[in-house]
Design a protein around this ligand. Structure first.
Ligand code: ADP
Ligand code: MG
Length: 246
């Protein structure tokens, strides 16, 4: 039996802002189809880590491999890398003057250079997947926060990424809208998407994560299956964090 392919491998990653070392020797491997949930206190480096994996931040040391290939930000075409590695943020940043459909077809038209009819067809399929087919022609201002975030997910999927990164995708939503976005992410997980998700939704993490990584002061202090992390955390600081958030 062959080992499943590592879609993402982070080796001895270091990142500083000025004199402050924000990521200290991070190691992480995510295999095809795995879901890794990153948890940890505010300021522990979760966003910086996934932004480094998407090359929105450039590492100061170590290596990042995407599908087995070490990415050199100086030599490699980072827009190509970002096509493979989609990202969804807390704030959805939809284009307000474009309809839902226009938001979803924008990047495929410009970056993938497919024709408009094909882009529309694909976009409608994606909107159906996130349950928003009937909203194709409305403007973002007519949508709830949960609907906007589902459009943002569809827009990201329109690039046909192999990996999806989510940075607190439900943190800006009213509580009653969180579930629909988590459900969309669960569906993606069931379909075998490789994902790293930063979230405070511990119930979701228990349900969906293959691995939970607890970050503390720029390090992954503990990485284990959800049952281990939530029921038998090894590190005192993991325990402390969980008693604060659960
Ligand atoms: P988290 O997502 O876990 O809350 P972040 O990755 O956002 O943590 O931040 C980790 C640390 O890096 C924090 O101390 C934060 O202030 C700092 N930081 C993040 N982005 C920048 C930046 N662009 N410039 C300077 N410091 C930053
Ligand atoms: Mg963050």
């Amino acid at each position: 039996m062959s080992e499943k392919q590592a879609m993402i491998r982070v080796q001895n990653l270091k990142k500083s802002f000025g004199a402050v070392e924000v990521l200290k020797d991070i190691n992480l491997e995510v295999k095809k189809g795995e879901v890794v949930v990153l948890i940890g206190a505010s300021g522990s480096g979760k966003s910086t880590l996934i932004r480094c994996i998407n090359f929105l931040e450039i590492k100061n040391g170590g290596d990042i491999f995407i599908e087995g290939k070490s990415i050199d930000p100086k030599k490699d075409d980072l827009s190509k890398v970002r096509q493979k590695v989609g990202m969804v943020f807390q704030h959805f940043n939809l284009f307000p003057h474009k309809t839902v459909l226009e938001n979803v077809i924008e990047a495929p038209l410009i970056v993938r250079k497919i024709d408009k009819e094909e882009a529309k067809k694909e976009a409608m399929q994606l909107l159906k997947k996130v349950g928003l087919e009937e909203k194709a022609d409305v403007y973002p201002s007519a949508l709830s926060g949960g609907q906007k975030q589902r459009v943002a997910i569809a827009r990201s999927l329109a690039m046909k990424p192999k990996i999806m990164l989510f940075d607190e995708p439900t943190s800006a939503l009213d509580p009653e809208l969180v579930g629909e976005v988590l459900e969309t992410m669960k569906q993606l997980a069931r379909e075998g998407m490789t994902m790293i998700i930063v979230t405070h939704e511990m119930g979701f993490a228990k349900d969906v994560a293959d691995w939970v990584a607890f970050m503390d002061k720029g390090k992954i202090l503990e990485l284990a299956a959800p049952d281990e992390i939530f029921n038998h955390p090894k590190e005192e600081r993991t325990r402390e964090f969980l008693t604060r958030v659960l």
